[in-house]
Design a protein around this ligand. Structure first.
Ligand SMILES: C[S@@+](CC[C@H](N)C(=O)[O-])C[C@H]1O[C@@H](n2cnc3c(N)ncnc32)[C@H](O)[C@@H]1O
Length: 314
């Protein structure tokens, strides 16, 4: 597992199926689910589907579910740079065990480095994924892997979604927590860089500031960190040692959550600054067949879809 993927690996280890668990608990449904079904409909039996930046395999699982329902015998591969542990998914969602066994996960692998046979894939998919990669390298890889007449469909993050607004607010809250240095203080204590007394004094002062902030915005994130602080502040030195694993893990989870937020927001900004970024796939030789907004619940813009074809010019 590369250090740059740790924040995603840690998330997928929690067993969530999608990267938006509040909105999609079991898997993408509604308009997003319908978009993916429409991509699978035109495929023949035994088709090969490759899902890029698959995470815990949301789209790969939708493909296998469709395949089972319509006896299509799809062969589905999911690739991600992070570590994907199917045992952790099954622990969280036991009912998905059979479907998961039907997906061939290639984890700890950047899409740019996929080592599969040229012209071997019928459909390449990606949900909130491809935009995180090196666009030019990935476009070349996608073109090479697709069979002639094969298709590439993806949904990317969209600008100005409600999801994005919520994330920006969460980012502001994390920035305030960073200013308070709560997680850094705890780490410095365990790394023997700060004394017990000084650490508690600084954490106490952070607690006071966080309580004040909580009064003005009432945030779930602040509430959970306040609860954590109140817990730590009543521990003695010996208990700080026995409870080390849970305390460090709490801090690590938040540091990773902040990194994921930054990833998502940075990517959204990158797309916004190059609105025609998808043309990189045309430059690599693919033809754009369709694109448009994906609304969720008929109202909220959840993403932008693109469909490309590798036209058979032979
Ligand atoms: C927002 S998540 C989306 C995951 C999944 N498609 C979903 O919708 O639930 C983005 C994923 O892209 C992966 N990723 C980022 N850059 C990558 C790369 N260059 N190659 C492979 N995976 C990458 C991350 O590890 C993460 O799992």
């Amino acid at each position: 597992m590369s250090a740059e993927s740790n924040h995603w690996s840690s998330y997928w280890e929690s067993g969530s199926i999608t990267s938006l668990p509040q909105d999609f608990q079991d898997n993408y449904d509604g308009e997003i689910g319908a978009f993916w079904e429409s991509q699978f409909e035109s495929l023949n039996s035994n088709s090969i589907i490759l899902d890029l930046c698959t995470g815990n395999g949301a789209i790969a699982l939708l493909a296998q579910s469709f395949s089972l329902k319509f006896q299509k015998e799809f062969n589905v591969i999911g690739v991600d740079a992070a570590t994907i542990n199917t045992a952790a998914i099954v622990k969280n969602k036991p009912h998905l065990s059979e479907l998961l066994n039907r997906v061939n996960f290639i984890s700890n692998c950047r899409v740019e480095d996929i080592d599969l046979t040229s012209e071997s894939v019928d459909l390449i998919t990606s949900q909130y994924g491809i935009e995180y990669c090196d666009w030019k390298l990935v476009a070349e890889r996608v073109f090479d892997l697709l069979k002639p007449n094969g298709e590439f469909a993806f949904i990317s993050h969209a600008q100005s979604t409600d999801i994005r607004k919520t994330m920006c607010e969460e980012q502001r809250q994390y920035m305030f927590l960073n200013e308070l240095k709560i997680f850094t203080l705890v780490n410095s204590y365990y790394n023997h860089k700060k004394s017990f007394g000084l650490t508690l004094k600084k954490l106490k002062s952070a607690e006071t500031k966080l309580q004040l902030a909580q009064k003005s915005i009432s945030s779930q994130l602040y509430a959970s960190v306040l609860q954590f602080l109140q817990y730590i502040l009543q521990l003695d030195k010996a208990r700080m040692t026995t409870e080390k694993r849970q305390i460090v893990s709490f801090c690590e989870q938040h540091v990773f959550a902040y990194k994921r937020l930054e990833d998502i927001l940075n990517v959204s900004e990158k797309i916004a600054s190059v609105p025609n970024w998808y043309q990189v796939f045309e430059s690599a030789g693919l033809s754009l067949i369709a694109s448009g907004d994906v609304l969720q619940g008929g109202l909220h813009k959840a993403g932008v879809y693109y469909q490309f074809k590798k036209k058979d010019d032979r």
